[in-house]
Write a protein that binds this ligand. Structure first.
Ligand SMILES: Nc1ncnc2c1ncn2[C@@H]1O[C@H](COP(=O)(O)OP(=O)(O)OP(=O)(O)O)[C@@H](O)[C@H]1O
Ligand SMILES: [Mg+2]
Length: 327
């Protein structure tokens, strides 16, 4: 074992789960998932609707029992030591847990005290969070009068009141406006700087790309792939060359030239936009030279790495045929 592997082995884990299984009746919602999340990291769980993300979080957060497998949170077993585990985690569910009849500040104070803060501490933290989530001016309004985004912000604030070492965020930014979303990213990074570990699910893959150190893509209750955002992108292969031919009549000729140089199939995306997979980036010079010789001019050319959206679309393509969750 080399030094790097050795240090990885010793890395302390906030979550270590092996072979997690959850069945609902005969339906395998989660089917043998392994998950290792190092302390102090941000881990993204992504996948189509019904893939099993919330179910995994519920098992990790002791809200539902796994049918099989082992789960350790900071080395505590979720089955045998669930009382300790509960003190180490915070959870923001996909659906809000706040009390509608109370005001924002009352909700925050109650949750603060429930988490063992003194009255003074709870108040201090509540005011900090109201400020962080732009809710200060609404602190006395009862939650039933909140807009959807305001409720979401309060729900997040509530789950962060005790700054727990491990935080589960199930689609934290769904329904948030862009500014609040960016604000939440900052809050998440700040929590990690202070030592928390985050497991989040999201349907926004740019968000996972921005925030997560590692990402797991799951589908039909199973792991499709996991790794760093770059590893996931690399997994679906080459970069792509994309260019726009200035004179639309020359598109076919341009495509033939590129096909000859790259030895791959080139596609016309629309009118004069062309794309081709590209493994050898230095061939770009040859392409530009040959096009120039043929008097073909481009109005735009770039080489693009696959995005996480491409990864999602490529690796979960089967789900489009088999609607997730249906048997
Ligand atoms: N309490 C339950 N009883 C029966 N089936 C359930 C239950 N909870 C979840 N399921 C099923 O398990 C599967 C996984 O659901 P889960 O909520 O974990 O998906 P998800 O990945 O979080 O999806 P989404 O992106 O829509 O939130 C789905 O097919 C769902 O219908
Ligand atoms: Mg879910």
């Amino acid at each position: 074992m080399n030094k790097e592997e050795n240090s990885k082995e010793n890395e302390s884990l906030a979550i270590e789960a092996h072979g997690m299984v959850k069945k609902f009746g005969n339906y395998m919602a989660v089917n043998g998932v392994d998950l290792k999340v190092p302390v102090g990291s941000i881990y993204g769980l992504v996948g189509p609707n019904g893939a099993g993300k919330t179910t995994i979080i519920n098992m990790l957060a002791t809200l539902t029992q796994a049918n099989d497998g082992t789960i350790k949170i900071f080395n505590y077993d979720v089955k045998k030591e669930n009382n300790i585990v509960r003190q180490l985690i915070g959870l923001t569910g996909q659906f809000a847990s706040i009390d509608e009849n109370l005001s924002a500040i009352e909700n925050l104070m109650i949750f603060g005290k429930l988490h063992g803060l003194s009255g003074g501490e709870a108040k201090k933290r509540a005011y900090e969070l109201l400020e962080e989530f732009n809710l200060t001016e609404h602190k006395k309004k009862s939650v039933e009068k909140f807009s959807g985004g305001m409720r979401r912000r309060l729900d997040l604030a509530v789950s962060l009141i005790s700054e727990p070492p491990l935080i589960f965020l199930d689609e934290p930014t769904t329904g948030l406006d862009p500014r609040t979303r960016a604000q939440l990213w900052k809050t998440i990074r700040k929590l990690v700087e202070k030592g928390s570990t985050i497991l989040l699910t999201t349907q926004y893959l740019d968000e996972a790309d921005q925030l997560a150190d590692r990402i797991m893509l799951i589908d039909h209750g199973q792991v499709v792939i996991d790794g760093t955002p770059d590893q996931l992108k690399d997994s679906i292969g080459a970069e792509s060359l994309q260019f726009t031919v200035r004179n639309i009549e020359k598109v076919n000729e341009a495509m033939k030239i590129v096909e000859k140089i790259l030895g791959v199939e080139v596609q016309q995306v629309e009118d004069s936009n062309v794309t081709a997979p590209m493994t050898q980036i230095d061939k770009l010079v040859d392409i530009l030279n040959e096009l120039n010789k043929a008097n073909i001019h481009l109005s735009d050319v770039h080489i693009q790495k696959p995005t996480l959206d491409d990864v999602f679309m490529t690796l979960t393509a089967e789900s489009i045929k088999n609607v997730p969750g249906e048997k």
